[in-house]
Design a protein around this ligand. Structure first.
Ligand code: NAI
Length: 609
């Protein structure tokens, strides 16, 4: 164990500046020097990052000046966890569970994250989809404390100043939304802030990215949601959405401000932007910043991982499949683009690859005659030379797809008839009903198995319970982006990548597919159990950072000899460390100076923190 060199230097500088620090502490998380008067005893209980609740030992309570502020009982973290689980189980309503967890995060950070990381299957659906959707809809009512930055269209010209108000100096990852297309719920304006908050909770819970390095951001440009516009309790700007030049200026200024405040390598994840902005912004920024769009690229990677896994059951390579998408928005086009890349890697000509992909949206089959290449440049390559077609069922009969992917947010669109046709045409049809939240899925897991005689390989966007069909139990897989983005983020942050090319998502898909066991597949799931998601994240981070080093886009040098150990050394520690100040003899600084050798009492920080 050694002292953090940079912190030691800063402390030394502070001493040399004659600050006369008799007792100094490092903030456990940020590493900032804290002097008495800044952190009072009670702050150890009020600061969620320092708080251990009843787990403060008697000695800690005395030395930190919190003795008497807590009841006599000293608990272990495991006992605290047990109490949390009990409390959580008493709430019957998921939104109440969400509120309980938010309050826990606000007051006791380590406990919250350990609870999340050790109970992923039960807690992830609360802090993330599907419950987070409900939380966003009610965000105006449940908003309590700042967790993230609200940058409004009125802040143009001052975005950097707003960013400076964020208290953390070492932000490495930002998740940003403008709230225009939250899950499948549409425009939720500023209430969409629940999404970046939830995503970043998973950065820590699943990939152990340190919470102080994560910043949720809402770009509030107004909302076109009439209900919110007329709601006096709405918490955002009550005006119609600003679009066009002013909107672009705000987003561009935000990107520049992030680089100015936190550096060029700060990862910026775009989340739940509407289709008309999502691709445009991705294309504008992907080569200038360290950025990706999760709805487009993250979704693509998780679906392609499922397709790699399906290959083991169907015996068909991705390039042997025929794809029909319901929905031709961000998710569908993102998936289709990565599917094309994997087909090309399998060696087929890109023209042939495009022939194997069909898309159907609100206006029917995507055909060349109705596509404007200027405004629809990201979709034009998927448009067919074909007569317009408006009947989806007829199209399923005509195209005979082997893979059916729903990303339309149209509940029940995969009718029993469509599912039966899929089963008639394929021994093992692949059915992916990706729309979120659960109520908007194109079909349920039960329907998928029932109407395909249990032969389909099924995945959904939101979780479905196990299905019993013909005496068999099917564990359905969740094509959840959460398998992908935390691991990609960890790999990118630790390797210091400047950019995130599409190939990184293909690497992530391969890494995830490698974690899917035959046992998962035989139970009907195209994905590993959610309880394995942390191992998947680490594996993905490893592959992504290897890719970054091999392809010259990493900037953390020297290249670590043991990449896995290097990744581990940057991860968050979910366990308490001693909060006791320790006495340390400061080496002679300058015999002649007025700054005599002092006994410095400060917190012991291991090198890895
Ligand atoms: P989007 O708004 O960009 O696209 C929606 C598409 O659905 C549009 O092309 C629209 O024309 C089409 N559509 C709407 N009504 C239709 C109808 N009646 N018939 C046929 N097509 C129709 O939204 P995005 O980002 O593509 O997301 C779509 C859905 O996929 C959402 O529910 C979202 O939550 C879900 N999703 C799931 C993911 C996952 O499971 N991992 C990841 C990303 C999105």
């Amino acid at each position: 164990m050694a002292f953090r060199t940079n912190s030691s230097i800063r402390l030394k500088q502070a001493l040399q500046a004659g600050l006369g620090l008799e007792r100094a502490f490092y903030h456990e998380v940020t590493g900032n020097i804290i002097v008495p008067g800044q952190v009072r005893g009670i702050d150890h209980l009020r600061d969620a990052r320092l708080n251990k609740g009843l787990a403060f030992s008697v000695e800690e309570r005395q030395k930190l000046g919190i003795h008497g502020l807590l009841p006599a009982r000293v608990k272990t973290m495991d006992e605290q966890m047990e109490l949390c689980r009990m409390s959580l189980s008493r709430y019957k309503d998921d939104l109440n569970k969400y509120l309980y967890l938010t309050a826990l995060q606000d007051r006791h950070e380590k406990l919250f994250f350990r609870l999340l990381t050790e109970n992923v299957e039960t807690i992830m659906p609360i802090v993330y989809t599907p419950t987070v959707g409900l939380a966003c809809q009610k965000f105006g009512l449940i908003y309590r404390r700042p967790r993230g930055l609200f940058v409004t269209i009125n802040d143009r010209g001052h975005v950097c100043d707003v960013l400076r108000n964020w208290p953390e100096p070492d932000v490495r990852a930002i998740v940003v939304t403008d709230g225009e297309r939250i899950l499948g719920l549409g425009d939720l304006g500023a209430c969409g802030m629940g999404i970046p908050v939830g995503k970043l909770a998973l950065y820590t819970g699943l990939a152990k990215i340190r919470p102080n390095q994560c910043l949720p951001v809402m770009l509030d440009v107004g909302t076109n949601n009439e209900q919110f516009l007329n709601d006096p309790l709405y918490i955002g700007l009550r005006q119609k959405r600003v679009q066009g030049k002013e909107y672009d200026e705000l987003v561009s200024e935000f990107m520049e401000a992030v680089v100015k405040r936190y550096g060029q390598r700060t990862l910026i994840q775009f989340e739940d932007f509407a289709n008309h902005n999502a691709f445009r912004l991705l294309n504008m920024f992907r080569n200038r910043y360290c950025t990706f769009n999760d709805d487009i690229q993250g979704t693509a990677a998780v679906v392609v991982a499922g397709l790699f896994a399906a290959e083991r059951m169907t015996g068909k390579r991705i390039s042997d499949q025929t794809f029909l998408f319901l929905g031709a928005g961000g998710a569908a086009v993102g998936i289709a683009s990565l599917v094309i890349k994997s087909m090309e890697r399998e060696g087929i000509d890109s023209r042939l690859a495009y022939d194997k992909i069909w898309m159907f949206d609100q206006e029917g089959l995507l055909v060349k005659s109705r596509i404007d290449p200027d405004t629809d440049s990201h979709r034009v390559c998927f448009a067919k030379e074909h007569n317009p077609a408006e009947d989806f069922t007829e199209l399923v009969k005509e195209v005979e797809p082997s893979v059916l992917i729903g990303a339309s947010a149209v509940a029940g669109a995969f009718t029993p008839e469509i599912l039966r046709i899929m089963a008639e045409n394929n021994e093992r049809p692949v059915i992916m009903a990706l729309s979120n939240p659960t109520a908007l899925a194109e079909c349920t897991a039960q329907q998928a198995y029932e109407h395909t005689e249990g032969r389909c390989l099924f995945a959904s966007g939101s979780p479905f319970p196990e299905v019993q069909h013909n005496g068999r139990i099917y564990k359905t897989g969740q094509a959840n982006n959460a398998y992908i983005f935390p691991g990609v983020a960890l790999g990118v942050i630790v390797s210091g990548s400047y950019h995130i090319p599409d190939e990184m998502f293909l690497e992530a898909a391969k890494a995830l597919a490698s974690q899917i066991l035959d046992e998962d597949l035989s139970q009907g799931s195209l994905y590993p159990p959610l309880s394995n998601i942390k191992d998947c994240s680490l594996q993905i981070a490893l592959q992504v950072s290897e890719y970054a080093y091999k392809n010259g886009i990493a900037s953390t040098y020297p290249i670590p000899t043991d990449l896995l150990a290097f990744l581990n050394s940057h991860q968050y520690d979910f366990y308490y460390r001693s909060a006791l100040p320790i006495t340390w003899k400061w080496p002679k600084i300058d015999q002649e100076s007025t700054c005599q050798q002092r006994d410095i009492i400060f917190r012991y920080i291991p090198e890895s923190q």
